[in-house]
Design a binder for this molecule. Structure first.
Ligand code: C2E
Ligand code: CA
Ligand code: CA
Ligand code: CA
Length: 278
């Protein structure tokens, strides 16, 4: 199958730009890449600065392609979405993350694992039953999973998306609003959603130390989140100075290179052991 698609790509090479060919190639190789372990999950800790034993993680996908090398997740996710295959990838991500959670529990470490969903995942009416079955098989409580969803994803087909988010919430999963502040936000929509976490995008956090505007934005976002009864997370925490500022201003959960970059499962396990030992 892989060779066939390669021939296909070669035959049509003339007349198409490099970019288009690259996307075609990524799409052609994607299923095999899942089987070959070219695609894997990395994990990045989510830290509660007030409670060391309370640690979570976000699963982030990585693809090291034999020809292209490291491929940016946003690039290949867009390719897979437009090819209508995202549900295959998302289910692989959820399965892999759930196995990781179970393995950590066997080592005595309980954590909540956050998973990123695409807009198209929210249009799948049976995602909740897939996850429910999976959790049941692994004897895991539903609160060990948090789904990170962007507002723009929800808005694409708002009624249907919200109905599906409601189902996922009723299953007991945690729901997070990701990339908060980057899209257009609708507070009235937010109020209707069963959300537990608001995640401030790293574009507001990376320059906290030097940018007063960002500090104002982050400060009022934390206040807004707390007014709505949400836990507020900041991603992109790279310096001790920004960590201290975020803690002083009431941010609940911190994530960023200051603590750890996203790392492979084994390395993440070692990181957790060191961190929890204190
Ligand atoms: P995101 O969900 O907003 O993820 C946060 C991004 O910030 C990640 O980039 C992470 O590696 C990066 N990051 C974390 N801490 C820091 C920091 O301190 N400094 C800087 N400069 N960056 C930091 P990554 O892994 O490249 O992922 C990019 C995007 O790809 C994600 O943005 C998410 O939208 C998407 N993505 C990744 N994995 C998946 C997945 O399994 N499924 C779906 N649907 N999307 C995914
Ligand atoms: Ca995310
Ligand atoms: Ca983000
Ligand atoms: Ca994102």
């Amino acid at each position: 199958q892989a060779r066939q698609s390669h021939e296909f790509v070669c035959r049509y090479r003339s007349g198409w730009d490099e970019d288009h060919l690259r996307r075609l190639q990524l799409f052609a190789d994607f299923k095999q890449a899942l089987l070959n372990d070219e695609i894997s999950l990395y994990y990045q800790p989510k830290i509660d600065p007030r409670q060391r034993e309370h640690v979570g993680a976000e699963a982030l996908i990585r693809w090291v392609h034999p020809e292209f090398g490291f491929v940016n997740p946003e690039e290949f996710i867009a390719v897979i979405e437009s090819a209508g295959q995202i549900s295959l990838l998302t289910r692989w991500v959820i399965r892999t993350a759930v196995k990781q959670v179970q393995q950590l529990r066997a080592q005595g470490i309980e954590l909540t694992m956050s998973i990123n969903l695409s807009a198209l995942d929210l249009l799948e009416d049976d995602l909740h039953s897939y996850i429910s079955k999976l959790l049941h098989e692994h004897e895991l409580p539903s609160r060990c999973l948090c789904l990170e969803i962007t507002e723009s994803a929800i808005m694409q087909e708002a009624e249907r998306s919200m109905a599906n988010i409601q189902r996922l919430h009723e299953l007991g999963l945690l729901i997070s609003i990701d990339d908060y502040g980057t899209g257009y936000s609708s507070l009235s929509q937010m109020k209707r959603l069963p959300v537990t976490e608001l995640k401030i995008d790293k574009s507001f956090v990376l320059d906290l130390d030097s940018n007063e505007d960002d500090r104002q934005i982050v400060k009022s976002t934390i206040e807004l989140g707390h007014t709505l009864g949400l836990s507020v997370t900041a991603e992109g925490v790279e310096t001790e100075q920004s960590r201290d500022w975020l803690v002083a201003n009431g941010c609940d959960i911190l994530q960023g290179y200051l603590y750890s970059k996203p790392v492979p499962a084994r390395e993440f396990g070692h990181w957790l052991e060191r961190y929890l030992r204190g």
